[in-house]
Design a protein around this ligand. Structure first.
Ligand SMILES: [Zn+2]
Length: 545
């Protein structure tokens, strides 16, 4: 790897020949996956003013152009900058300041991590953590607040579940939120045992607490966002879709872009609050080279892990529970009507088959037939047989996260039963509908590394390369399909296929150099792939150490 890095040599050309056009940089002698219409592999490209101005053979490019920076790729594989089609960048950034509870193997371990943090920062009035998953603990039971009340009676504790659809709080948190055993909240749940809240708040119930927490300072936010960006560049991400932001957050990103504090390209989906709708419906789309605002993120239902996903038949492991929609169908219908009339894109989170059915029916009502509105279903996780074809009939784009399949595969059948699970994470079946699929990670629910998603999509295996043969392997994607899903199709999903998503003349010079060819190495080696360099707009934004 280091050898490869060192061998990316910079050649200073001393040439008297002036007939060749001057450019900012030339990269040659590579295996360049252009991901163009013919999926061609090129050897070289020239960059000027942040864009690719020519792509072709090493000979042709070097005959036609000259630069003070001519870089010999020595056969390294190069790909378009990776686009994460569904992520929560701001939440991920915020999490970087919270106690990391990802991968805790027991509730005791969670408590230990909290205690360690409190030892370091004893005076913080609020204790925030994220990333627990009771499915990784013995008994798989939801945790309760008792231990937190004993250990941290004077701090407000809020610990988010890995899927961000549930939090665990303590009594101090319940008091701050004004929650008792009788509190009711629509589109959410307050878990109660023996007449007392357990401390677990699901979906809309979480807002009762989070709305009361103090805001982070502006400079703290900016620092964490820059840290998040650096982490994304290090795994080859140059663009991402942010699944749900408020206007103030979008403005913060815009200011950071304009002040040259941030160069991650962001497709910002807007949260459908009254304030956001009023502003964007009267001001219309907003677009810069780094920010594109023209879509709304709607929340159809919850998640499978916390049984908030809305199912047609009850949960296989909870026979009276169907999950729930986050709003009444009429609310989704009137939102769709508005979003359609104002020419915005509608992207709705749907996990359960009932949510997918309800929302695709509403989409169909307004889209009517074939169209180019590119309305998306985020996750499209569990579908009834008859509902797949609606994606094709109404050009609804599925936006899926392959690591969800491999994270959930050990317990999804318990929630869904052996029959229904066959129609879950059905990426190949979904791809057939439009010939396109948007791939993303949903980070921080999953790891930010898009290569993990690539591996999950093609091998349907976890980081131990299990199960052998892959989980529901008939729904795996080919490597070509997976690469398209994280580049050109993801760009299509955000109306940007003309400016990014492939290495082609006139497009933004966003690209990634890897230490091995993910289109060829054995599947078991995919997750070991390292990014050697990441470039955004022709500028190097990451280099391996
Ligand atoms: Zn999400």
């Amino acid at each position: 790897m280091n050898k490869l890095l060192l061998s990316l040599t910079l050649i200073l050309i001393i040439s008297s020949c002036s007939s060749r056009e001057k450019v900012d940089a030339i990269y040659f002698n590579g295996d360049i996956y252009t991901v163009n219409d013919k999926f061609e592999i090129a050897e070289a490209f020239a960059i000027k003013d942040g864009k690719f101005i020519a792509v072709g053979s090493s000979k042709d490019i070097r005959n036609q152009y000259q630069s003070e920076e001519e870089i010999d790729l020595l056969g390294s594989p190069v790909y378009p900058g990776f686009i994460d089609g569904h992520a929560h960048f701001i939440r991920y950034a915020k999490d970087l300041g919270d106690v990391d509870l990802v991968g805790t193997a027991s509730f005791e371990e969670l408590v230990q991590r909290l205690q360690k943090h409190v030892k370091k920062f004893p005076n913080e009035p609020v204790l925030l953590g994220q990333g627990w998953d009771q499915n990784n603990w013995e008994g798989k039971q939801f945790p309760t607040k008792d231990t937190l009340d004993l250990l941290f009676p004077d701090k407000v504790v809020m610990l988010r579940r890995i899927d961000a659809h549930a939090v665990l709080t303590n009594q101090k948190g319940l008091d701050l939120a004004g929650i008792d055993a009788n509190t009711k909240v629509s589109g959410g749940e307050i878990l109660v045992e023996n007449g007392q809240p357990t401390g677990v708040l699901i979906d809309n119930a979480m807002n009762l607490l989070s709305d009361k927490l103090p805001e982070m300072s502006e400079s703290q936010k900016k620092e964490l966002i820059q840290q998040a960006e650096a982490n994304c560049f290090a795994v080859g991400i140059t663009s991402l879709a942010e699944a749900g932001l408020d206007k103030s957050q979008i403005d913060l990103l815009d200011h950071m872009h304009k002040d040259s504090l941030l160069r991650m390209r962001i497709y910002a989906m807007i949260n459908p609050t009254a304030e956001n709708m009023e502003y964007y419906f009267s001001n219309g789309h907003y677009k810069t080279d780094y920010l594109n605002v023209r879509s709304f993120k709607i929340y159809g239902d919850g998640a499978l892990g916390s049984r908030g996903a809305c199912l047609i038949e009850p949960y296989a492991d909870d026979e009276d529970n169907y999950g729930f929609l986050r709003s009444k169908p009429q609310v989704f219908d009137s939102l769709a009507k508005l979003v359609f009339a104002k020419d915005f894109q509608m992207n709705t989170h749907c996990i359960g088959d009932s949510a997918n059915r309800a929302i695709t029916n509403i989409y169909a009502k307004y889209l009517k037939g074939k169209n180019d509105r590119r309305w998306r279903i985020e996750h499209a996780q569990v579908l009834a047989d008859n509902d797949f074809s609606k994606f094709g009939d109404f050009n609804i784009l599925p936006s899926v996260q392959p690591t969800h399949a491999t994270s959930d595969m050990d317990w999804a059948h318990e929630r869904l039963g052996e029959e229904r699970v066959k129609n879950a994470y059905a990426y190949q079946e979904l791809l057939k509908q439009n010939g396109k699929l948007v791939l993303g990670s949903d980070f921080p629910v999953e790891d930010i590394n898009p290569i993990y998603g690539f591996h999950s999509a093609v091998a349907r295996q976890d980081d131990d390369n299990l199960p052998e043969g892959g989980f529901q392997i008939e729904n795996s994607l080919s490597r070509e399909e997976a690469l398209k899903g994280m580049t050109i199709w993801a760009a299509f999903g955000q109306f940007e296929e003309k400016e990014k998503g492939s290495i082609a003349k006139g497009k933004l010079a966003d690209f990634v150099i890897l230490d091995r060819d993910i289109m060829k190495v054995p599947r078991e080696e995919l997750r070991d792939t390292k990014v050697v360099q990441t470039h955004s707009g022709g500028e190097k934004v990451y280099e391996i150490q």
